[in-house]
Design a protein around this ligand. Structure first.
Ligand SMILES: [Mn+2]
Length: 234
């Protein structure tokens, strides 16, 4: 059976992405899907976008932000955002604008989104904000919080989601891949030197390659339990 490979947030970690594809011996017979957040923080955003353009990708909140601020004056952008903008051309922005919010993998009973899914809502009816940002929630309230900022009665969205799809997601930096009945989290914090992870279907095998820390040690070690002992970095 043809492999489908879902890869966590690159954030400019292009060399590591190539290392991972090489480790997996990826060929044109494989389907490769990036989980979004190709750019910002890391050294090679342009190369990451070009790589994704040769495969598949869902939109992440960082691509969304670049689209929202496409016409904003340079002096009003954060230095990191400006650095990414200067590395990109119009065709990269047009590519962002055409990215899907989710990719269904019906052959695996799964779907790929960047951040998460609000429980009880079909994929097509999910708000873009939830698909690109979802973390801690307390349904039926729809407001989502960063793990470190969430009120005590809120829990990570995977504690509520019951399908029907098993959701493969990135966005939340986890201390190891999160694997539950209804969700698989693959963002292990590549740009923070914590490894770039791929999920390989149909085996549901997880493969992680080492990465350099390009963040200058920004990610705090404070951890928050999200699900089954897996911790998110704040
Ligand atoms: Mn993200």
């Amino acid at each position: 059976m043809r492999r489908t490979i879902v890869i966590g947030d690159l954030h400019g970690c292009h060399d590591e992405a190539l290392t991972l594809l090489d480790r997996l011996a990826v060929t044109v017979n494989d389907r490769v899907i990036f989980a979004g957040d190709l750019v910002d923080r890391g050294p090679r955003p342009r190369e990451c976008v070009e790589l994704a353009m040769r495969h598949e990708c869902v939109i992440g909140n960082h691509e969304e932000k670049h689209l929202q601020q496409r016409r904003r004056a340079a002096e009003k952008l954060s230095p990191d955002h400006l650095k990414t903008r200067e590395a990109l051309d119009d065709r990269h922005y047009d590519y962002f604008a055409a990215l899907p919010r989710f990719i269904r993998l019906p052959e695996f009973g799964a779907a790929v989104v960047h951040a998460g899914c609000f429980p009880g809502v079909p994929l097509e009816a999910q708000s873009t904000h939830h698909l690109l940002h979802l973390q801690h929630i307390n349904p039926p309230a729809t407001k989502s919080y960063w793990p470190s900022k969430a009120p005590g009665d809120h829990r990570f969205w995977t504690n509520f989601w019951r399908g029907p799809e098993r959701i493969i997601f990135g966005h939340s930096v986890l201390d190891r891949p999160l694997v539950t009945e209804w969700a698989v989290g693959v963002d292990t914090g590549a740009v923070f030197g914590r490894g770039l992870t791929a999920l390989v279907l149909p085996a549901w095998e997880l493969v992680t390659v080492a990465t350099r820390d390009y963040s200058g040690g920004k990610k705090t070690l404070a951890t928050i339990d999200v699900h089954d002992g897996v911790k998110a970095f704040s």
